[in-house]
Design a protein around this ligand. Structure first.
Ligand code: ATP
Length: 537
């Protein structure tokens, strides 16, 4: 599929617009248009319904070790700055960026993977034999320290064919070497910056008033763990879900909405007993993968990729990414839609007691003790859980399925785009652009047309439109040739078109046209709502 065609359809039909477009746009920010807002809302609603409100807590779902409960939260975007200190984002959510002088390629240091990656998502590993001088906290040595943290004694790494290595001389990043040792170029000085957007809370605007826009929704769930346990009767195992905006000052936002600076996440933190956490991890990997295929992504374009040991965060005993072969990526490459991570007790424990370097400076708003050091590195609150049946007290383990609503929307748009041949209003075969969106997420569920604008057909069509409107987002259109009206709905992804014609006025029947098969069936006007309900499923 040609990505340019999709991008132009999205603009032309009102799925997506560049933010502040009349001022030239703002890189990494996107607005959802009239069709896009419905599509994305339907995706978020489907996720919420399937994961939370529609979840049957009384029975054991296929593949799950036991029944479980689900509940939701909606937390603020700006939180106490200490949250980000404890979560590690303040100290570790940095990007190191290096530019290659000759090739003008830009590389960033991927914290999670512990290696340099290009912005084309190419995998670049870094190798160094440089000793890090503890006193030198300049950008270069900190970048090297990160590398060392991840790759303890690595002096050299065994490269597989697609890897490119970065070697260093002294403390300089000097050369990028291809696997065949072909020199790619000299690197300029690495630069470091935190990916969190900073803001000021309060009128004074002093350094102490600094706060951050959340880079993930997950932390709001962890810091409310005790509130949820105390205010509901949920028992472990249970999950807390949240959908909301997150912000990351990505160095190079690109690939349409794939890497944006403002985006929406759909996250679940699932709390379970440590002894069953691996089984729950397996369950959530498979459950989430199935969700995407149920919603229409093809298995050929999806993959579940288990991370290699060296890619895992130090606290994680398993992470898998659900990836999609986006058409803007080179053949054989996939982009992450969702990560499912086994996070152990890292987050709850950190928010209890902190896990940071004891020498780290109290650069955020924290309560200081008499010795001038932070009073608690965590919150100091007890976030353990007591099982009231067994009386056992433990810190639950967490499985985190973390999805991006914008990336899911983009994947559904890519999957939906089709061109086929269909007859126009004169019976001549023409190329038809059709968005084959799953009916559950289609922005408009049905369009209602009078065949012509006379003989009482508009009145009858409007009556049907009003009846359907009570339940679904439907669209009424009486302008232009009916064939052209069908085409417009095909491009919008509307799965059903209802047409009132001459016969409708005689026997109260209408035609219902299927977007994908083009099949037209005549049914009673009174049965339209039930028919649509059945077809949407
Ligand atoms: P990537 O490696 O692509 O930057 P990530 O591993 O940093 O992603 P997570 O921190 O695991 O992403 O975030 C969970 C989900 O949030 C991702 O799977 C993705 O769907 C979404 N997401 C993360 N960053 C962005 C972004 N900049 N733009 C759009 N969606 C994003």
């Amino acid at each position: 599929m040609d990505m340019d065609k999709l991008v132009s359809l999205c603009k032309r039909r009102g799925f997506l617009f560049q933010s502040s477009e009349i001022y030239g746009g703002l890189n990494g920010f996107w607005d959802y248009g009239p069709l896009g807002v419905e599509l994305k809302r339907n995706i978020k609603d489907a996720w919420w319904r399937d994961m939370v409100t529609g979840h049957d807590e009384l029975s054991t779902p296929a593949g799950a070790p036991a029944p479980y409960e689900m509940t939701g939260l909606d937390c603020t975007i700006i939180m106490h700055p200490q949250v980000w200190k404890v979560s590690g984002h303040f100290d570790l959510f940095h990007d190191f960026m290096v530019d290659c002088r000759e090739s003008k390629k830009r590389y960033r240091y991927d914290q999670v993977r512990g290696r340099w990656v290009t912005y084309r998502e190419q995998t670049i590993f870094v190798a160094t034999n440089v000793e890090v001088d503890k006193e030198q906290e300049d950008v270069q040595t900190r970048a090297l320290k990160f590398f060392k943290l991840r790759n303890k004694d690595a002096e050299e790494i065994t490269w597989t064919s697609e890897f490119v290595s970065l070697t260093t001389l002294g403390n300089d990043f000097t050369k990028v070497l291809a696997p065949d040792a072909k020199e790619l170029g000299t690197l300029l000085e690495p630069r470091e910056f935190n990916l969190m957007f900073k803001t000021i809370v309060g009128a004074l605007g002093t350094a102490e008033d600094a706060a951050f826009l959340r880079p993930e929704t997950a932390q709001g769930i962890f810091v409310n763990f005790k509130n949820v346990c105390d205010s509901t009767r949920v028992r472990v195992p249970f999950g807390i879900a949240q959908v909301g905006k997150s912000f990351r000052n990505e160095i190079t936002p690109k690939n349409f909405t794939f890497r944006s600076r403002e985006f929406e996440q759909m996250e679940i933190e699932f709390f379970c007993h440590p002894s069953t956490s691996r089984e729950w991890y397996q369950y959530w990997r498979d459950r989430r993968m199935k969700w995407y295929t149920d919603m229409g992504l093809s298995t050929e374009r999806l993959q579940l990729r288990e991370h290699h040991v060296e890619e895992l965060s130090h606290y994680s005993c398993g992470t898998a990414d659900i990836e999609y072969a986006f058409p803007f990526l080179p053949a054989g490459e996939y982009g992450e839609l969702e990560g499912i991570a086994h996070r152990g007790d890292f987050d709850l424990r950190s928010h209890m007691e902190g896990k940071l370097d004891p020498n780290s400076k109290p650069d955020l708003k924290v309560e200081l003790g008499p010795d001038g050091k932070p009073k608690h590195r965590g919150s100091g609150k007890d976030l353990t859980y007591r099982d009231d049946l067994t009386n056992e007290r433990f810190t639950p383990h967490v499985i985190e399925p973390s999805a991006g609503a914008d990336r899911a929307t983009l994947a559904f748009l890519c999957e939906a785009y089709h061109e086929d041949q269909a007859p126009d209003e004169n019976g001549v075969m023409q190329t038809r652009v059709v968005m084959k969106l799953h009916p559950r997420i289609a922005p408009i569920k049905a369009a209602v047309f009078p065949l012509v604008k006379k003989d009482g057909m508009p009145e009858k069509a409007q009556e049907i439109y009003r009846a359907l409107k009570k339940r679904y987002n439907v669209f009424y259109d009486e302008k232009g040739a009916v064939g052209r009206r069908y085409r417009r709905q095909d491009e919008a992804g509307t799965p059903f078109c209802i047409t009132v014609d001459g016969q409708s006025l005689i026997d109260n029947t209408v035609t219902i046209r299927d977007r994908d098969t083009l099949e037209q069936k005549r049914i009673s006007a009174d049965a339209v709502l039930a028919e649509i309900e059945t077809r949407i499923g």
